[in-house]
Design a protein around this ligand. Structure first.
Ligand SMILES: Cc1ncc(COP(=O)(O)O)c(C=O)c1O
Length: 358
């Protein structure tokens, strides 16, 4: 029986993406790799119709955190100050990164269940003129909340603050307004909404923002990646097979109609799951309109616990995902990324109702 991954990445792969990893062995210093890398960079720009004169893609080998760390440590200048919006694990991780590197930072921290407090955000930006950058997680995978970026972007524009976006679990499926929002960097992993495999990640970076030369880390220096990759090279050995997979996954995204269609696909799946769970009296953590199309969190019913639910569903061929931190024992999460069919979701409904029987 095929196992369906309902955790937020890695995702269940399509046959073509899996097959792509079996392409020829390749040296990362050969012209064939340069072509692969430049194809991927172009296809990533195309996902949100970004101009190569304004935007560059720094393609890295690593998981999503590598891309986030590269973005934070390369784009906040030594004289800069970072405001981190925290309403979940991944916002808090950005603050940890800033602290590790001694980057001046302040927080707007809210309860994980809550939306961003824009009044408080405005007050911080008004009071602290030293803030140059704001880091925010688009889809906070901790709770499934899609943070509302339009009002945040308005405030950032008003106070001349640049946005560093953790788009790890939204890029490819949610709308990101690279033209209107003052974004200078967006960190992404290949193995989430893009349906590639773990090991490849990237930062979409504003070319002007790169010029400051702020990198505090040798391996994660975005300007070194962009300079090398613009001339068909790479600073370090890349994960060739993960790149093959990403290249194929980007073709599949484009063939399927791009971001808009992927969002509709996930939303359709998510509605199906939400109905199934409602029938089983399982309550969502957040209101539907606050959720991403990618992942929803649900309260664990009193009659069971996470481990039991997880194990029963695993036996039935589904991997669900536990809560983190304060939600470690009270919620489970279901994500809709990757190769999941209507029939798989119907089967999930039966497996869930079976798992909840005592
Ligand atoms: C929003 C967000 N940021 C960052 C990460 C970290 O990614 P990784 O575990 O690939 O390092 C994740 C992982 O789920 C995430 O969802």
């Amino acid at each position: 029986m095929k196992t369906i991954l309902l955790n937020p990445g890695p995702v269940t792969l399509s046959a073509k993406v899996r097959q792509a990893m079996l392409n020829d062995d390749l040296c990362h210093r050969e012209v064939e790799f340069a072509v692969l890398q430049s194809d991927i960079r172009k296809k990533i720009l195309d996902v949100y119709a970004l101009k190569p004169s304004t935007w560059a893609i720094a393609l890295l080998t690593g998981s999503g955190t590598a891309a986030v760390e590269a973005m934070i440590t390369s784009l906040v200048p030594a004289s800069g100050k970072l405001l981190v919006v925290e309403n979940g694990v991944y916002g808090e991780r950005v603050s940890q990164i800033a602290n590790r590197y001694g980057i001046a930072n302040v927080q707007l921290a809210g309860p994980w269940q809550d939306a961003i407090d824009f009044t408080a955000l405005g007050s911080i930006l008004r009071a602290d003129q030293e803030i140059t950058h704001l880091a925010v997680v688009h889809h906070e995978t901790t709770t499934g909340r899609l943070n509302n970026l339009a009002p945040l972007a308005d405030l950032c524009r008003q106070y001349n603050v640049s946005i560093l976006l953790d788009g790890v679990s939204s890029f490819g499926a949610e709308a990101i307004d690279f033209q209107d929002w003052p974004i200078v960097g967006c960190a992404v992993a290949a193995n989430k909404c893009l349906h590639g495999v773990p090991g490849a990640c990237f930062v979409v970076v504003d070319r002007e923002a790169l010029a400051i030369g702020a990198a505090r880390n040798l391996y994660l220096d975005l300007s070194a990646y962009v300079a090398a990759q613009d001339s068909g090279n790479t600073p370090f050995t890349q994960s060739v097979q993960a790149f093959y997979a990403l290249n194929e996954a980007l073709d599949e995204l484009s063939d399927a109609g791009g971001v808009e269609q992927r969002r509709k696909l996930y939303q359709g799946r998510m509605n199906q799951v939400r109905h199934l769970l409602r029938d089983l009296k399982i309550v969502p953590l957040l209101n539907d309109e606050d959720c991403s199309c990618v992942l929803h969190a649900y309260r664990i019913p009193k009659s069971t616990n996470y481990q039991q639910l997880h194990d029963k569903l695993k036996n039935a061929g589904f991997i669900i995902y536990a809560g983190q931190g304060t939600y470690a024992t009270s919620i489970f999460r279901i994500s809709m990324m990757g190769e999941i069919s209507h029939a798989d979701i119907e089967r999930l409904g039966s497996a869930l109702s079976e798992a909840l029987k005592n």
